[in-house]
Structure formats: structure tokens, C-alpha cells
Write a protein that binds this ligand. Sequence first.
Ligand SMILES: [Zn+2]
Length: 69
Amino acid sequence: MTICQECENLLRAFECLEIRYRVARSAVLYRISTEFAAKQQVDMERARYDMEEHMLICPFAAAVAAPCR
Ligand SMILES: [Zn+2]
């Protein structure tokens, strides 16, 4: 994959937080703090934003997003 190290780091961070959020959200079903799940969601959204912001300026991400140009 022609993806830069920064893309990879940001993607990995986002995926990790997304998994944590999903776990937290399913835990809510078992009466564990919704506040905790909300916090996990904020962390996830922030990681997503960081990733998207980097990909806007990253030439490698542009190449991956639009390979048929
Ligand atoms: Zn990048």
C-alpha cells in the first residue's frame, strides 16, 4: 500500500479508538456509564478529524483516494 507513515499512524489510532468506542457502546447495554461511551465517541471523532485533516494535505492519501486520475 502506498500510504505514508503518518497516514498509517492516524488510521491505526482511529481504528483503535473506533473499536474502543464500539465496546464502550455495547457495554452501555449492560448498564455501564453512558458518559464513558460518550467520551470514547469524542476521542474517536477527534482521531477521525486528525486523520481526515492530514489526508487532505497528504500526497500519498490523495493517490490512494483517486487512483484513476
Ligand atoms: Zn499521509
